[in-house]
Design a protein around this ligand. Structure first.
Ligand code: OAD
Length: 260
């Protein structure tokens, strides 16, 4: 296990960068946990940040829950359809690409809360998508996967009355393959992620607010098992007080430096 560097190293960002580069270089088993901030520089808005999109006026809890779906499924579907289109036209950023490159050099396990496929498109293997995949559409009622093409939408003209497609099997509505608030995480990806952080000696937590459980438990589990936990985030988060080091930088700024 690597010793935890002191927090006073946060004073100089070059010093902290160097410390993290060394920690990562010497890591026996590196685990990287990513959240929405990872894809922010690919143009995908985070959930709790302020962005200029029409959709930022809505509370993510309202858009990402069964009660929200039951209250107004067209609104919820329109938001997800918009995100699906946004993700399809987005490209992995230098942070995604750096992680894929790093994994070719050393043992690296990647766990993400993101429901996009930008890690995969950058060339990474992802151990777990803890919150599912937005494009793994399935029927809300019978669970049958939905694989047909979706009608094209105009990204710049939000239509909150857009109805989801009907399931060809039972006729109910199709929903995105994400884990909503109040739903249980899929067991196997969760268990694999816990095992990964238990075995890690260094854990990088990139671009998450640390507000959504149980994913936010993973850094704590890692520390309890002796890992050094580093947060990469331009802002402090709910995790900052619990980590060993906070590197105040964006994913696309910080992660390529790990290849130095
Ligand atoms: P949040 O939107 O809660 O937090 C995003 C974090 O990324 C914040 O702490 C930002 O400061 C940080 N951030 C912003 N830009 C960044 C950048 N360029 N580089 C690095 N960090 C940056 O997103 P999550 O923590 O991922 O669930 O949210 C957790 C879950 O809540 C999501 O997986 C989602 C949501 O409901 C589902 O979609 C099922």
């Amino acid at each position: 296990m690597s010793p935890a560097p002191s927090k006073s190293q946060n004073e100089g960002s070059d010093a902290i960068a160097l410390t993290v580069v060394r920690l990562v270089r010497d890591a026996r088993q590196l685990v990287v946990l990513t959240g929405a901030g990872m894809s922010a520089e690919s143009g995908i808005p985070t959930f709790r940040g302020s962005d200029a999109s029409w959709w930022s006026r809505f509370d993510p809890q309202r858009l990402a829950s069964v009660p929200g779906w039951k209250a107004d499924r067209a609104l919820v579907w329109a938001w997800y359809r918009w995100r699906i289109a946004l993700i399809a036209q987005a490209q992995p950023n230098p942070g995604h690409r750096a992680l894929a490159q790093l994994a070719r050099r050393q043992s690296l396990v990647l766990v993400t809360q993101n429901v996009d496929d930008l890690h995969e498109r950058a060339g990474s293997d992802v151990l777990a998508h803890l919150h599912g995949r937005i494009d793994a559409l399935r029927c809300f009622a019978c669970g049958t996967p939905y694989t047909r093409e979706l009608p094209v939408i105009d990204l710049h003209a939000p239509d909150p009355t857009l109805e989801p497609p009907a399931c060809p099997h039972c006729g109910d509505a199709v929903r995105p393959g994400v884990v909503w608030f109040g739903e249980i995480l899929p067991e196997l990806p969760w268990r694999a992620s816990v095992e990964a952080v238990e075995q890690a000696d260094v854990v990088l937590v990139v671009g998450t607010s640390g507000l959504v459980y149980p994913a936010a438990e993973l850094p704590q589990i890692a520390r309890r098992n002796g890992a050094t936990v580093v947060e990469i985030n331009p802002q402090p988060s709910a995790l900052t007080a619990q980590v060993d080091l906070h590197w105040r930088a964006t994913a696309a700024q910080a992660l390529p430096r790990l290849l130095d």
